[in-house]
Design a protein around this ligand. Structure first.
Ligand code: M6R
Length: 614
């Protein structure tokens, strides 16, 4: 959602904060701002639009040098993306400056209270209210930490707050509830940020903050306490990826770079999963194997692309373990009063580990005494921290809003989880598990083969750049691939695209087919019973009605190729693993259409990388 930065130290604060904001612009990019403490008090510059607008504003209206400040890049919730609504916000006297990520749910009653006291708000945001409340506490003589403590207890909702006081040189104070915040520990400088990408250029030592904690940083110290003033347990850690991983390496977009990183990301996610006895090991599974043997239902909960990974996981996990698997959108899960018991295993999938809908699902599941395993790409994020166990994907930082390597590595983690459960429950023989794990190991090379042969995909994007509608069809695990292919195209090219189960076509959607409509069809490998032939029939059905068929099928599939206007061959893999390959051309196609049509591929309109509001 929003990106937040705090800095105190020997460097020029403006430089450190603006560079941090640039690295977090993917979190939200409809306005940006900065507040620095100097001999004049607090100086604020903020502008609607991307960070480039803020940089221009700072050139036009420079701020006096400072070593202490805060910054923000916004994804609007309360109040539109205007200069006034951009953060930081100041209290009534301008003594306190504050940035906020999240939503203050009781803002209306707090605003009414402030209005009754004669406070005139300058913006339409819930965040400005917190700046006023915090400043009030400071003005009656409390330290910034104590003022923060007295303020957070008045708030309901999810928030990260970072604040400076014009009369407290050398410190920045922050608070966190259900919204991310990490501390970067430097030499004579400290950083606060929504994620480590912000300060990775300066330090790779970090401290993750827990729920309901307040942190005060000075150039040489970090003090963390709980909201109630008691001491807090913190976890320092070393960040094991470097700045180059967060930069584009010569690609035009982070999305394209991340697409091409997938073979390595998949291989990395598999690393270290096989023990000396050739058994599959999941070290992070901190749930007792005896308990895992009692599990009688699995519910996979996720949002967006991660939800599509979950849909594929269902096919694999049910097939290998014979445990019934439901897949649920995180935003729907707790509101339908799901049947969750102590023998239910809830599996959440989240690249960022901060998606609010998914986090709330974790909490709900644990309240019902279910065990929760999270599949996550972000070490130390809130969702894995609040789960019983975690399987980390090792995709490296995913910066583009459109998830690509997040998706394929989530699939790998789901396969590993399914095979691990099959191994410990004995529903697959050891040699069967080993054979499947070996197949997983060969996927990375096969992904390279697909990504080395993209001329056809790029050429087709050129031909179809002006098409207004697309259909994506698939059956079995090809169905979620169709949904994901359509989502990729929608979110970055703003083109209408629908994914359907190919067998459902005849129940309605086939009415959409007209001459020239581009239709992508994912065909299962030939060995898969009658499924293959049924999808070939579906291709014929849409072609007979004038649809332009773009067929993704295994190499040498002459039956499918016979009805394809365009044929994209895929390396041969078992059916359940085909999504890892089939999604690649669809990702590249979406990226290319959006590029050709002049869209900002990495930061599509109205979206944010990490959606930390419900
Ligand atoms: O960080 P998460 O995996 O929890 O994010 C879930 C969705 O918000 C995310 O996958 C979203 O759908 C992407 N923009 C899709 O490309």
């Amino acid at each position: 959602m929003c990106g937040i930065v705090g800095y105190v130290g020997f460097q020029d604060a403006q430089t450190a904060i603006v560079s941090g904001l640039k690295r977090m612009e993917y979190r939200g990019y409809d306005s940006a701002g900065i507040a620095l403490v100097n001999e004049r008090g607090i100086e604020v510059r903020k502008k609607a639009g991307k960070i480039a607008n803020l940089v221009q504003e700072l050139e036009d209206h420079p701020i006096a040098p400072s070593h202490q400040g805060i910054g923000h890049t916004r994804w609007a919730t309360h109040g539109g993306p205007t200069d006034e609504n951009a953060h930081p916000h100041l209290g009534a006297t301008g003594r306190v400056g504050l940035v906020h990520n999240g939503i203050i749910e009781n803002f209306a009653s707090l605003a009414a209270g402030l209005a009754a006291d004669g406070v005139v708000l300058r913006s339409q945001t819930d965040s400005e209210i917190v700046a006023h409340l915090l400043e009030r506490e400071v003005l009656v003589g409390h330290s910034l930490v104590e003022a923060m403590r007295r303020t957070v207890v008045q708030l309901r909702g999810a928030f990260t707050l970072v604040a400076v006081d014009a009369q407290s040189p050398g410190e920045v104070v922050a608070a966190r509830r259900s919204s991310p915040l990490v501390v970067g520990v430097g030499q004579s400088e400290m950083f606060l940020a929504s994620d480590v990408a912000s300060f990775i250029a300066y330090t790779r030592e970090a401290i993750e903050l827990g729920q309901d904690q307040i942190v005060r940083i000075t150039p040489d110290t970090v003090e963390v306490t709980m909201f109630d003033g008691t001491s807090a347990v913190t976890r320092p850690y070393h960040i094991d990826w470097d700045l180059s991983a967060a930069q584009k390496d010569g690609y035009d977009w982070f999305m394209r770079k991340e697409i091409f990183e997938q073979p390595k990301a998949v291989a990395d996610t598999l690393l270290g999963r096989i023990g000396a006895d050739r058994q599959l090991v999941l070290d992070e599974m901190r749930i007792d194997t005896a308990h895992l043997r009692t599990i009688d239902a699995i519910i996979v909960v996720a949002a967006g692309t991660a939800y599509h990974a979950g849909l594929i996981a269902k096919y694999a996990i049910e097939h290998w373990t014979r445990i019934p698997v439901e897949v649920e959108l995180a935003s729907e899960f707790r509101y339908r009063d799901p049947i969750v018991t102590s023998t239910t295993l809830v599996v959440t999938i989240s690249q960022s580990g901060e998606t609010a809908d998914t986090l709330m699902a974790v909490r709900h599941a644990r309240e019902q005494h279910a065990k929760v395993v999270s599949i996550c790409n972000t070490n130390g994020a809130t969702i894995p921290r609040e789960s019983d166990a975690v399987i980390y994907t090792h995709a490296g930082p995913e910066i583009a809003v459109a998830s690509t390597k997040g998706f394929t590595t989530q699939l790998i983690a789901c396969y590993l989880l399914g095979l691990y459960l099959a191994q410990i429950r004995g529903t697959k023989f050891g040699d069967e598990v080993q054979r499947l794990v070996e197949e997983l190991g060969s996927l990375s090379g096969k992904m390279d083969e697909v990504l080395d042969d993209l001329d056809g995909v790029l050429g087709l994007a050129e031909q179809l750049r002006d098409a207004e509608d697309f259909l994506f069809l698939g059956r079995h695990v090809g169905y979620p691939v169709a949904l994901e292919g359509a989502l990729k195209l929608k979110e970055i090219s703003y083109t209408h695209a629908e994914g359907f189960a190919a067998g459902e076509l005849k129940h309605g959607p086939i009415a959409l087919v007209e001459k020239g409509l581009p239709i992508f069809i994912v065909v299962p490998p030939k060995g898969r019973d009658q499924l293959h032939d049924k999808v070939v029939s579906n291709i014929q059905e849409v072609r007979a009605r004038g649809g332009r068929t773009i067929v993704l099928a295994e190499r040498g599939d002459a039956d499918a190729a016979a009805f394809a206007d365009v044929f994209w061959p895929l390396p041969i893999v078992p059916t359940l693993f085909q999504p890892v390959l089939a999604i690649l051309p669809l990702q590249v196609f979406a990226c290319q259409i959006a590029t050709l049509n002049g869209h900002d591929v990495d930061q599509p309109r109205n979206l944010a990388k990490s959606v930390t509001v419900e």
